[in-house]
Write a protein that binds this ligand. Structure first.
Ligand code: F6P
Length: 540
């Protein structure tokens, strides 16, 4: 089915024509109640979507579109473990990673629940031993630094969540995240660490990723140069992977491996054993709270009727702006310094999932997909890029995220932070007219420059406090938003074929950069010229 050829899509095209000229000022003036009605809760999250360019009719039409696209059935199919990742013929079961033990689920002959909880139990035991000091390094000293080595989904989740939950973490252990094959990443993250008290957690779903295996090899050399004995590896390296053979081949005892399964996508993996470094940081109890937070929003997504289903509505709003208003980017503005890595995490989640041009039936898409996600914590962004949000020529839907209680209450700082959040979303929505600017006595020639167009949509998500649980709820909210968009667009949100060719070519090009003799190259002229210039810079 081509979703853009349906009556439901056509109805939205007509509706958009009528609604596009209307302003949020008018919509609020006609219906002030929308400030209460167009809100909802999922777990502890209070989501206000009243500042979107929608009416009740828009929501009705968007929900009809979702139903036409079979979104509710697809949600059920995901939770049942059907192979909705069509191009890889896999189930998509990250929701099973945070389901309680009593939820029975057997998929493709695997007792998913039992396996998930067996790994969680092993993780808890390990995390407790590291945190208590019972796990000793090669020289008998306790571990004081944990370095996660991984990239993409094997880095961004734990790195983002560790940054978010530092205040809940073991402050007597240093946590670092090495991802880039740029040698400076490894250097800077380890330069002040003592090999005798450092533990590496090597995370890779496939255990074939160039960056991760290179960093892990460099880490092993760094360790052995100091400790001088191969047997040290067992005390200083553990692995998280689905590929036991490759882990063993690398030299890590599979006793020290924490497994997961092919039905966990890389960017959906941070509640699998990929979260091990986070569990060491925040402890098993905090980690359990986080899983419970995820599960609460998973259940909301599975059971809430479409018109009250907040991740589903947010996904439909994103479709509304992308396909009917022509928006191309989406700002994420957490008013929390602890969430500084959230935009980077969401970039992989959203863009690797929905940056697709072919539908799951192999046909080209007939409308835009995906959005460019970007952002920074407020209030920093206000002094950098908000100018474009307010007065630029594009419509950029924005997500404001804030908390009732700060992790550290210092004077009025948190209230001022939140005042800024509320002010920004209000100014974006309601702007300032030329008459209002003139009334201030602004000179006529400056008036147009000070007019704030308004009518710029945003969602505000408020949670009581940033805790493991609310972080889990927030991430699940975004995961299911992405799911909804992909289901409407009929694309496979769980594969990522587009990243493969570049990896293959980088492997081919490596020797041309490192060889002493001038290489024979059959690449395009631009690449050959760049490699030649690079070789000159390197004195080769
Ligand atoms: O480059 C894309 C990707 O495959 C991501 O999807 C994944 O999260 C990342 O690489 C890392 O993969 P792995 O965990 O197998 O090392």
């Amino acid at each position: 089915m081509d979703i853009t050829a349906t009556d439901e899509w056509a109805a939205l095209v007509d509706h958009h024509r009528e609604l596009a000229p209307r302003t949020l000022r008018e919509l609020f003036a006609e219906d002030p109640e929308r400030a209460h009605r167009l809100t909802g809760t999922a777990g502890d999250l209070y989501v206000d979507w009243s500042k979107h360019r929608v009416t009740d009719e828009t929501v009705r039409l968007l929900v009809a579109l979702a139903e036409k696209a079979g979104v509710p059935q697809r949600i059920e199919a995901m939770f049942r473990g059907e192979h909705i990742n069509a191009t890889e013929d896999r189930a998509v079961l990250h929701v099973a990673l945070r389901a309680p033990e009593q939820v029975a689920l057997t998929v493709d002959g695997q007792d998913v629940t039992a396996d998930v909880h067996a790994v969680l139990a092993k993780m808890r035991g390990f995390a407790d031993r590291v945190r208590s000091g019972e796990w000793k390094g090669h020289t008998g000293e306790r571990i004081t630094a944990v370095v996660n080595i991984g990239i993409g989904g094997s880095d961004l989740g734990p790195a983002m969540a560790y940054t978010a939950l530092q205040d809940h973490s073991a402050r007597d252990i240093t946590f670092r995240f090495v991802s880039n094959i740029d040698p400076t990443d490894f250097y800077e993250k380890t330069r002040d660490l003592d090999p005798a008290t450092t533990l590496f957690i090597v995370c890779s779903k496939t255990f074939t990723t160039l960056e991760t295996l290179t960093n892990a090899t460099v880490a092993r050399d760094w360790l052995l140069a100091a400790l001088g004995d191969d047997s040290a590896v067992a005390k200083h390296f553990v692995a998280v992977s689905t590929n036991a053979d490759a882990v063993a081949e690398f030299g890590i005892d599979t006793e020290n491996m924490f497994g997961f399964w092919d039905w966990v996508g890389g960017r959906y993996s941070f509640t699998s054993a990929i979260g091990l470094s986070l569990m060491v940081a925040i402890g098993p109890d905090g980690y359990d709270d986080m899983l419970a937070g995820f599960h609460a929003v998973d259940e909301h997504f599975r059971t809430a009727p479409p018109a009250e289903n907040l991740p589903l509505l947010q996904g439909l709003l994103n479709v509304w702006y992308t396909n009917f208003f022509g928006s191309q980017t989406h700002a994420v503005l957490p008013y929390s310094q602890y969430l500084s890595r959230l935009p980077a995490y969401l970039q992989q989640l959203t863009m690797e999932s929905n940056g697709k041009s072919v539908r799951w039936d192999g046909q080209p898409v007939t409308t835009a997909t995906g959005e460019v996600y970007w952002g920074e914590p407020g209030t920093n962004g206000q002094h950098a890029f908000h100018q474009l949000l307010h007065q630029g020529t594009s419509i950029i839907p924005a997500d404001f995220i804030g908390f009732g209680e700060p992790n550290h209450d210092i004077g009025e700082m948190h209230d001022l932070l939140m005042a800024n959040l509320f002010a920004q979303s209000a100014v974006l929505a309601f702007g300032r007219t030329a008459e209002e600017v003139e009334a201030d006595g602004t000179p006529a020639d400056v008036v147009p420059h000070k007019v704030m167009p308004g009518n710029r949509p945003s969602t505000t998500v408020l949670a009581p406090e940033l805790t493991p649980s609310t972080l889990g709820q927030l991430i699940a909210f975004y995961e299911h938003t992405v799911f909804t968009e992909g289901a409407v667009w009929q694309i496979d949100s769980f594969d990522q074929w587009g990243v493969e060719l570049g990896k293959v070519m980088a492997r081919q090009l490596g020797p041309a950069l490192t060889s002493e003799a001038a290489p024979e190259m059959d690449q395009d002229a631009s690449t050959v010229a760049l490699v030649q210039h690079y070789r000159k810079l390197r004195g080769r």
